[in-house]
Structures are given as structure tokens and as C-alpha cells.
Design a protein around this ligand. Structure first.
Ligand code: MGD
Ligand code: MGD
Ligand code: SF4
Ligand code: MO
Length: 697
């Protein structure tokens, strides 16, 4: 039962790009001011726990640097020289800019660009309505989920799995390639409950001893990009030692005999040479998996941000099918519950107006797109006008040098709608102030759980900030874009979507606060078969079935392994680039969000790279020394931190710091590549071969 509503407490959902999508309670001090934010105690997944950065959201919403008014650039692109203007004038200028661009180059020259700064379905995805009605260029979203989702669906056929709350009923929770203590705290809530109430063990698998690894009973530190080898060796041992559930394999999987045969050569010794783990570590982990049928594999995003990431996610997801863990409550493999929500988003997104012939540009290749790469432009016109909402590509996108060069073009007109003067906003011609989630209505679905949660407006907008939806409608009016969705409020959109999806009404959701959409046990555990047409889990995926919007499979997809394997397409170290760098998340930043709040900045300190003390000694680098990291994509200046929780040859740099926190304004993404990962694209943010040196001179 939900508790009665209290007027001094606002009920909401965390809008940030985090699988936890916590149900929130917000202390309301007056119509403009919030106090502490807490996790809703009566939401079974949030269970009263949220991360420290959102608990202190008052620091962000009331931050003195929040944008107050629309601004027009008066200085150089990249400077902070802007003058305030009125909303009507700002929107007129943007509409004029778009019309002029379209007249010169056709509608595809305009590229509305967005991502998941808010995960609210109305405020995030409404940009598509304007895009489709105006036939502006489309966007292939490749920053985050492509390798992970594709790799998981390759096996199961569906992006869904056992109820995440079942982790509390597991005998072992394997936290693989995710750092939930930092990135999705509620995974720990349920895993630790299993440990406390039933003596469950927690295993964590990562490339350095992060905060989650410190809390684990068994922590496996492997070399980046080698998870496929570990998964194969584990399955080798399961088959070898009689822990494979043959009746389950025969009934539920596609080619179990071929898999068992194929894995005969994938021994622990073979995997030890690839992963850097000892044979004993691999044998012990495999034995634990074999002897603990009720194991919940919680598979994260981090380990998929490699050029072989799709294959590695698939390989890891195969283990539960070999043991038959899926059969048991608290067993199976989980990555994300995206497919359980059957939402009709056609009004929000204006999908009725979508023309599939309009080109789709790769979000991660924004540098190549804006610098005129013909392939990236798909043979179409240059991009000469952009509207950007909920993302900060000059900081978060790979190939940062190219991104900056692209945004610096004189013939590119850019409008950025933002809460803060980000690196991207500084490249804009017009900057519009945006509301935060507590200042507008929206609705959120949890990727890491199964709730649909309402986030109504709780306080008045900061300064003259406007919500995304209102900006889109204001532009649509000026651009002559016609669609019923432009005549509705955000709340009306929520109501329309709920009714069209048979999920009730906005009033009902308002009093219930959230809807629990967890499918029953049989569905979530694929008891009646997996989601492929033949009902089988696929050890041998049909990679060609994954087709990028009007592009086909991407990357070196023809070479993807037929059965789980170590796929050697990562940036392995060379004499010239002897280190591998992973750009892991910082605890109190969320991508580039919160890298402006005082407490987060204080806690994170400064941009650093963790290096094994022996590697540092060999290079004469002392703890705290200024250093450079480089590769053909660029050079970054930061400070070294000696840390024996990384392997030799591996470097870790946590957090997406503001670019100007680095000596010469080059952020960490100067080093990351934008080449699409097979077979559905995606950026391999943790897969970088680099050199490490002391500063020149
Ligand atoms: N505090 C905080 N929370 C966040 C974010 C943040 O930036 N900061 N970002 C949010 C977003 S957008 C997302 S998508 C999620 C992502 O959350 P996660 O699923 O946790 O993914 P990542 O943050 O990319 O990386 C998680 C871990 O993967 C490790 N890793 C890197 N390469 C490998 C590898 O080859 N093998 C293995 N086994 N591990 C590897 C990294 O060192 C890191 O510890 O988190 C969200 N939550
Ligand atoms: N090196 C490295 N780079 C990475 C990653 C990594 O692990 N390493 N992770 C990648 C991943 S997983 C992701 S998802 C991307 C994320 O990258 P982004 O999607 O760019 O996410 P954020 O950096 O959080 O920036 C979101 C911006 O949206 C703004 N915003 C928030 N809410 C609203 C709103 O309601 N309206 C408007 N108009 N603006 C709003 C915020 O102020 C913020 O500046 O970064 C990627 N980049
Ligand atoms: S854990 Fe994730 S969803 Fe929960 S409050 Fe923090 S950022 Fe938001
Ligand atoms: Mo992400």
C-alpha cells in the first residue's frame, strides 16, 4: 500500500540516465525551493535508497550557474560572451536559422540532436515529433546501449529478464562489468539483502578494484575486453565437470552440442593467458557457478564498451543457459527490462509523420558528421543547423577534437537548450534555459526494474527556464509544423500515452505514483521458451538480423563469432601504445551532469589516471605527478595516481570532467574512438590503446 500524500513532500522519479530510475520523495520548502531528496521507502525496488548526488539535488536545481534567460552569442564560438534576449526573439531567430538552412540545402541539413539528460518520455522524445514532421535528419543513438542490448537480445530474443528484486532471493549474485555502488546503487541493496538473509555470495568482475569490487566476496580483475574468454572458460568447466543442465539445454537452447564441442579448447589455461586471471581464479569462479544453481547474473554496460562488447555480453549471458539457472526464482541473467513496457509513444514522437527514407546520422560520429565526412553524412547535404537538448556532445562524444572542429564552423547554426552553460552551449548561437525534472511534468520507466513512475511538476521554473516540450511546440508553430501533439500539454501527453497503452490515466497514476509492470515468473524466466521464433536461447546468434536504421549491420559484423568466444578486435596494446585505458564512471558525476555541483567536485578532486605502481616506477612517474596520455586521436593532460588495484598495462580515468578541468581544455573523450562497434554501432569508450608520459620539456 502506498502512503497517503503529504503536501510538504513531492513525489517524483529520478530523471537521470541511470538504470535505477529511483522513486523519489522531495522535501518542498516553498513554491520555488526544495530541500532533501530521498528514495521512496515503499517502492519495492528503490526501497528508500538513492545515490548521494541526487540526495543533494538542491545543489543542482538551485545552483547559481543555472541559465536564467535565453542568450544570443556575441563573442567567439566557444567563449562565454552572450547577451540576454527575450524568448520570442530567441525562438524567432532559431526558426529563421532553420528555414534559411533548409532553403539552401534541403530539410536533412537540420539535425535535431538529443540524448538522455532527462529520461522523461515526453520531454526527452518530443524532439522526434518536430524532426519527423519537418523531415529533418534522424539520429542513430549509439552513445550507450547498442552493444549491451544487442548482445543480450542475441541470446534471449528479448530485452527482459527475471524480476530484479529476485536478486534478494539468490544464492549468488554475479555483478559483471557494472559498478553499481557508483552507477546504480539499488543493485547493491538487493544483492546485499541476499547476502544478509541467506548467506548469498557476491562476485564482481571488472578491470579495476572499484567500490563494488571492494564490497564483493570474490572480485575478479581481468584485462579490459576479455570477458568473452572468461565466460567461455567458465562454460568449459561447467561442461567438463558435469554442471551443465543437459535436459534444460536440450529443451531450451539451439546448439548445445556444438557449444560443448567448441568450448573443449577454451580451457581455463587458454582464458588465463587472455584475461590475466589465474587458472585457479577461473576454476574457483566456475565451480561456484556450477555448484550454485540459483545464481543471478547482473550484466552491466561497462564491459560492453569495447569493440568486442556485443560478443562479450552475449557470451556472459550464455552461462545461465548452460546451468539452467533461468528455471529458479533468483536465477537467470538480467541486463535491462526495456521490453516489458508496451507504451504507445506515437503521439509524443510523431511516428505517423516519420519518413523512413530520411537519412539517419550516427550520434557518436557527430565529429565526422560536422567536419563533412561524406560517409558519415551518408552522401547527403552538410549539417548546417542543429537543435540540441539533453546532451553535451562537446564533452561526452568520442573523437572530441573533431567534435570541437565541427562545432567551430562558421556556417553551422546551433541552438542549445540547457540547464547550464556547458561546453556544447558555449558553441551555440542561441542558448535557451531549460527546466529540471522538478519544474515540469513527465513520466519515467525503469530499465533496471519494472516500474512506470510519474514525475509531476513540483516547483516553479528557475528564472525564465522552459521545458523541452514547450520549446518544441514554440518552434513548431514558427516553422509551420502541424501535428496534434504540438497542441497538447506535457500532462495531456502522459494521459494520452497511458490510455493508448491501456495503463489507465494520469490521474490514476498520480494517486498510485507508480505502476508495477513486472511480468509473471513464467514470462520473466522464459519458462515457455525464449523469445526467438523457435523458443530457443541462441548460443549461435543470427547477427545479421540486427540492422541499423537505413544502414544495415555496422562495423566488422561479418567476423562476429558464430559461438561464444574471445573476439580479438579490441585496441590491444602495442610497443608504441603500451597501455589500455578505460574511462570508468565517477561516483558523484553522472556522465557530464553533476560535474558542476560543489560537493561532487570536491569529492572527485581533479582529473586523474590510475596507474599500477610498477608501471609508474618504470616510467619514473611519482604519485600525483602531472602526466600526459595520448594516441593518434589526441593528447590529454591530467595527474597520475598510483593504485595497485589495476593490472599492469591498464589505466583507469574516472569521470567525464569538464573539458576546462584539464590543462589545455582537452577532455577525456579526446582519446576515445567513434568507429561503430559491430553489428549495431556504439562507441567503445573503455577500449583505447594509449601511451603514458611525463609532460614534455
Ligand atoms: N555515478 C555515476 N552513475 C552513472 C553514470 C555515471 O557516469 N556516474 N552513468 C550512467 C549511465 S549513462 C549509464 S549507461 C550507466 C552505466 O553503468 P555501468 O553499467 O556501471 O557501466 P559503466 O559505467 O560504463 O562501467 C561500469 C564498469 O565497467 C568496467 N569496465 C570497463 N571495461 C570493462 C571490461 O572490459 N570488462 C569488465 N568486466 N568491466 C569493464 C568499468 O571499469 C566500470 O567499473 O550508469 C549510469 N549511472
Ligand atoms: N569517456 C566516456 N564518455 C562517455 C561515457 C563513458 O563511460 N566514458 N559514457 C557514455 C554514455 S553511457 C552516455 S549515456 C553519454 C551521456 O551523455 P549525455 O547524454 O550528454 O549526458 P550528460 O553528460 O548527463 O548530459 C546531459 C545534459 O542534459 C542536460 N539536461 C538534463 N535535463 C534536461 C532537460 O530536461 N532539458 C534540457 N534541455 N536539458 C537537460 C543536462 O544539464 C546535461 O548537460 O555519455 C557517453 N560518454
Ligand atoms: S541511483 Fe540513479 S536513479 Fe537513483 S537517484 Fe541516483 S542517479 Fe537517480
Ligand atoms: Mo549511458
Amino acid at each position: 500500500m502506498n502512503r497517503p500524500l503529504d503536501k510538504t513532500i513531492g513525489y517524483s522519479a529520478c530523471p537521470h540516465d541511470c538504470p535505477s530510475t529511483c522513486a523519489l520523495e522531495v522535501d518542498l520548502i516553498d513554491a520555488n525551493t526544495i530541500g532533501r531528496v530521498r528514495g521512496a521507502p515503499d517502492n519495492a525496488y528503490t526501497a528508500g535508497v538513492i545515490c548521494e548526488k541526487v540526495a543533494r539535488y538542491s545543489e543542482r536545481i538551485h545552483h547559481p550557474d543555472r541559465l536564467l534567460k535565453p542568450l544570443r552569442r556575441v563573442g567567439e564560438k566557444g567563449s562565454t560572451d552572450f547577451e540576454p534576449i527575450e524568448w520570442d526573439d530567441a525562438l524567432d531567430i532559431v526558426a529563421e536559422g532553420f528555414v534559411k538552412a533548409e532553403q539552401a540545402h534541403g530539410s536533412e541539413t537540420v539535425w535535431p540532436y538529443y540524448y538522455a539528460g532527462t529520461m522523461g518520455l515526453v520531454q526527452r522524445d518530443g524532439l522526434h515529433r518536430l524532426r519527423h514532421v519537418k523531415r529533418y535528419s534522424r539520429i542513430h543513438e549509439t552513445f550507450c546501449t547498442n552493444m549491451a542490448w544487442t548482445g543480450f537480445i542475441a541470446g534471449t530474443g528479448k530485452l527482459a529478464g527475471p524480476d530484479p528484486r529476485e536478486m534478494a532471493q539468490s544464492d549468488m549474485v554475479v555483478i559483471w562489468g557494472t559498478n553499481p555502488v557508483s552507477t546504480q546503487v539499488n543493485v547493491m541493496t538487493h544483492a546485499i539483502k541476499a547476502r544478509k538473509t541467506r548467506g548469498a555470495r557476491i562476485v564482481a568482475i571488472d578491470v579495476y578494484r572499484n567500490d563494488t569490487m571492494r564490497q564483493a566476496d570474490v572480485a575478479l580483475v581481468l584485462k579490459p575486453g576479455t570477458d568473452g574468454a572468461l565466460a567461455c572458460a567458465v562454460m568449459h568447466v561447467l561442461f567438463r565437470d558435469g554442471h551443465a543442465d543437459w535436459p534444460y539445454l536440450e529443451a531450451y537452447t539451439d546448439r548445445p552440442h556444438d557449444l560443448a564441442e567448441h568450448l573443449k579448447t577454451r580451457t581455463p589455461a587458454w582464458a588465463s593467458a587472455i584475461t590475466g586471471l589465474s587458472v585457479e581464479e577461473i576454476e574457483t569462479f566456475a565451480r561456484m557457478v556450477g555448484e550454485t544453481k540459483r545464481t543471478y547474473f547482473r550484466l552491466g554496460y561497462g564491459f560492453t564498451r569495447n569493440r568486442n562488447g556485443t560478443a562479450n555480453m552475449h557470451a556472459a549471458s550464455c552461462i545461465a543457459a548452460v546451468t539452467g539457472a533461468w528455471k529458479l526464482k533468483g536465477g537467470g541473467a538480467f541486463h535491462n527490462n526495456g521490453a516489458i513496457y508496451e507504451l504507445d509513444k506515437s503521439m509524443i514522437e510523431g511516428t505517423d509523420a516519420l519518413d523512413p527514407a530520411i537519412r539517419v546520422l550516427d550520434q557518436s560520429r557527430i565529429g565526422a558528421v560536422l567536419t563533412g565526412d561524406a560517409g558519415a553524412l551518408r552522401g547527403g547535404p552538410p549539417v548546417t543547423a542543429m537543435l540540441i537538448q539533453n546532451t553535451n556532445p562537446v564533452s561526452v562524444a568520442p573523437e572530441q577534437e573533431k567534435v570541437k572542429a565541427g562545432f567551430a564552423r562558421d556556417d553551422l547554426f546551433v541552438c542549445v537548450h540547457e540547464q547550464f552553460m556547458t561546453e556544447t552551449a558555449r558553441m551555440a548561437d542561441i542558448v535557451l534555459p531549460a527546466t529540471t525534472f522538478l519544474e515540469h511534468d513527465d513520466i519515467y520507466k525503469g530499465g533496471g526494474h519494472q516500474y512506470l513512475i510519474l514525475g509531476p511538476k513540483l516547483v516553479e521554473p528557475w528564472g525564465e527556464a522552459r521545458e523541452n516540450h514547450v520549446v518544441i511546440c514554440g518552434l513548431a508553430e514558427r516553422l509551420g509544423a502541424d501535428h496534434p501533439g504540438f497542441g497538447m500539454t506535457a500532462r495531456e501527453h502522459i494521459d494520452w500515452m497511458l490510455r493508448a497503452s491501456d495503463y489507465g490515466t494520469v490521474e490514476e497514476l498520480e494517486s498510485a505514483r507508480w505502476l508495477d509492470l513486472q511480468p509473471d515468473f513464467e514470462t520473466a524466466h522464459y519458462v515457455d521458451g525464449f523469445a526467438h521464433p523457435d523458443g530457443k536461447f541462441r548460443f549461435s546468434p543470427d547477427w545479421t538480423s540486427v540492422v541499423a536504421p537505413n544502414d544495415g549491420p555496422m562495423g566488422p559484423w561479418q567476423a562476429l563469432p558464430d559461438l561464444p568466444d574471445h573476439w580479438d578486435v579490441i585496441e590491444t596494446a602495442t610497443d608504441e601504445h603500451p597501455f589500455r585505458l578505460a574511462t570508468s564512471p565517477a561516483r558523484t558525476f553522472l556522465n557530464s551532469t553533476f560535474n558542476e555541483t560543489p560537493t561532487s567536485l570536491k569529492r572527485e578532486g581533479r582529473p586523474e589516471v590510475m596507474v599500477h605502481p610498477d608501471d609508474a616506477a618504470a616510467l619514473g612517474i611519482a604519485d600525483g605527478d602531472a602526466v600526459r596520455i595520448g594516441n593518434p586521436r589526441g593528447v590529454v593532460h591530467l595527474h597520475a595516481r598510483h593504485f595497485d588495484g589495476v593490472r599492469r598495462g591498464v589505466l583507469i580515468s574516472e569521470g567525464i570532467w569538464p573539458n576546462d578541468a584539464f590543462a589545455d581544455g582537452r577532455g577525456i573523450n579526446t582519446l576515445t574512438g567513434a568507429d561503430p562497434v559491430a553489428p549495431y554501432g556504439g562507441a567503445a569508450f573503455h577500449d583505447n590503446r594509449v601511451w603514458l608520459r611525463k609532460p614534455a620539456g
